[in-house]
Design a protein around this ligand. Sequence first.
Ligand SMILES: Cc1ncc(C[n+]2csc(CCOP(=O)(O)OP(=O)(O)O)c2C)c(N)n1
Ligand SMILES: [Mg+2]
Length: 287
Amino acid sequence: MPPLRYSIEKLKEKALDIRRDIITMLIQSQSGHTGGPLSCADFCAALVFYEANYDPNNPHLPERDMWFFSIGHVTPVHYSMLAEAGFFPLKDLMRFRTFGAHLQGHPSCLDTPGVEVSSGSLGQGLSIAMGAALGSRMDNHPRRVYCIMGDGEQQEGSVWEAVMAAAHYKLDNLCAIIDFNRAQIDGFVENVIGIEPLADKYRAFNWHVIEIDGHKMEEIVAAFEQARSFKGRPTVILAHTIMGKGVSFMENDPGWHGKPPTPERGKKALIELGTSWEEWSERLLKN
Ligand SMILES: Cc1ncc(C[n+]2csc(CCOP(=O)(O)OP(=O)(O)O)c2C)c(N)n1
Ligand SMILES: [Mg+2]
C-alpha cells in the first residue's frame, strides 16, 4: 500500500484522536504509561498516516516498511496508532492490559498485529532495527526502517553499539526518532545521567541529525521527507517534546511517566482534549 500522505490538518486531527484514545484506554485499564505516549503522539500519527508503507490487512506484507518501538512501555500510543490505522478494531483498546486480550502492557509480536518485535527492555530496539535495515539492503529491498527511542534510553550502552554499526554500514534506509521529552522514570534526564550534547554525539558517530519541535506537524513531516532523501548515512530525528503533551496537569511532570490518571482526572483530561469519556469510550466500543 502506498503511504497515506494525509494533509497537515488531517494529521493534526489524527494526533488528537490518538491522545483521546490514550487517555480513554488508561481510564479503562487503570494501569499503564501516560507521559511518554502523549509526547510521542504527533510523530506516531505522522508515521502511520503520512510516512510509512504498510497494509493493515496484511501486517507481514513483504513490501512493507518497518517500525520498531525500542521504548516498549509506550504501548498506549503504539496500540492506538495501530488501531487507528486499521490493524485491529478500536474496541480492542478498551481491553488494554486485560487478561485474555491481545494488548499486553508491553508489546508482544506474537499477540498483536502490526507489532514487529516484542520490547520493553530498553536499549535493544536500535540493534534490531539496524539488523532489519542491513538485511533489507542485502536483499535489495527498498524498505525504510524506523526506530522509536526515548531520551532516557540513550543512557543504555547498547544503543551506542548500534549507532556505531549503523553508521559503519551507511544505513540510509534507517531512521531513528528520539522522543526528547527530557524526562524519564526517575525524574528529569539531566538529573539522572545527562545525555547532552546529544545532537553532537550522533554527528560524531556519523549520523545525519535533524532537530525538530516534535509537536509541530509541519516540522515532523519535513523531517521525514528530508530523512528519506538523505543518502549515505542513517538519520536521527531528535523530536523535542513535552512529556504529557496536551493535558495541562500532566505536561512536563516525570511523575506521569508510568501511571494512569484516576477516572476523575482522566475525564478532566478528555475535556481538555475536546471530548468526554462518554463520547470517546463509545467511539472506541462501536468500532
Ligand atoms: C533495560 C531496562 N532498564 C530499565 C527499565 C525500566 N524503565 C522503563 S521506562 C524507563 C525510563 C525510560 O526513559 P525514557 O526513555 O526517557 O522514556 P519516557 O520516560 O520518556 O517514556 C525505565 C528506566 C527498562 N524497561 N529496561
Ligand atoms: Mg523521556
